[in-house]
Design a protein around this ligand. Sequence first.
Ligand SMILES: Nc1ncnc2c1ncn2[C@@H]1O[C@H](COP(=O)(O)OP(=O)(O)O)[C@@H](O)[C@H]1O
Ligand SMILES: [Mg+2]
Length: 335
Amino acid sequence: MEMGEVTEQGAEQVSMDMEDAVIRTENLSKTYKRWFRPGTCALNDLTITVPKGSIFGFLGPNGAGKTTTIKILMDLIKCTAGKAYVLGKPSYDVDVKAKIGFLPDSPAFSPQLTAYEFLNICAKLLRLPSEVRPGRIEEVLSDVKMADHARDKIGSFSRGMLQRVGVAQALLNKPELLILDEPLLGLDPFGRQEFKNIILSQRERGTSVFFSSHILSDVEEICDRIAILNKGRLLCTGRLDELLSANGATVTIAPGHDDILKDLITTASGTSRQPDGAWVLNFEHLESVKPRLDELAGSFPEAVKVSAGHEKLEDFFFRCLENDRSKAAMDDEAK
Ligand SMILES: Nc1ncnc2c1ncn2[C@@H]1O[C@H](COP(=O)(O)OP(=O)(O)O)[C@@H](O)[C@H]1O
Ligand SMILES: [Mg+2]
């Protein structure tokens, strides 16, 4: 079966076999019911595809609907409409659970247990045979660089160590797919680096990873695909390199060329001035200004430098949210 992936950028239409997708949602919606009041629409018509082998960043501000989506994928809550498939099966299929590793957004650990004892309970719940349990626990603890703390009580662990125990728990069953809700939250830069290394080494073993995050620089570093969600709606999804490079150009104008500056500044989406007096102008859509830029760069090669804009994920993210906000404001005005 051919599946399409649609971005709001309009252009991308990726065909993908269902078998190649580790996660697929189709028009997924969730409204939380409330007594005697209208419900909260937490998720509205979400269609995304996570291909096998990818590291997929699921992004959006607080309240965007990320945890809601993840809970539906894990079958912890039911959707109101639409479909969710995990590893090719409906998300409520119990057999699929054995192939997923899951880290919830605020995992609770019993502080009295040692890391080993906690993982042993998890391994029993996963029905790992007793003869393989000790070896597997040692393995996952070493995967997350916690082998030296196996016999330490969880109550003595830092936030980063707790997160690593959480990831170790998710790795116990050698999952085909890791689903992690805000795994970077509360980690210091060192902890985040370690986490990124763990994720990258998992991918090398063929595990696909789907995780939600706010920390855009880290997402940019390790993810090959993203989706951005706002107020329950998908703003865009696709390959990170395509989303970022499809956008814009950066033009540097040398000091003393105010005529060129005046010519371009009205169509620029952003401007900044360098300490030496040069101006840097950003353009969202290269196509619309390209002929004029080429002309100027031809006539004043020393004064005008044009470089393809590889936008930072952070800028792209805020621009998506800003566009969405102004669209919503225009829709309100039209009413
Ligand atoms: N159990 C719930 N009951 C009612 N509303 C909820 C519940 N869980 C989440 N919400 C609401 O749904 C929206 C999306 O929440 P959530 O999925 O937790 O977002 P995120 O994880 O992106 O921060 C928010 O408006 C939130 O208040
Ligand atoms: Mg959340």
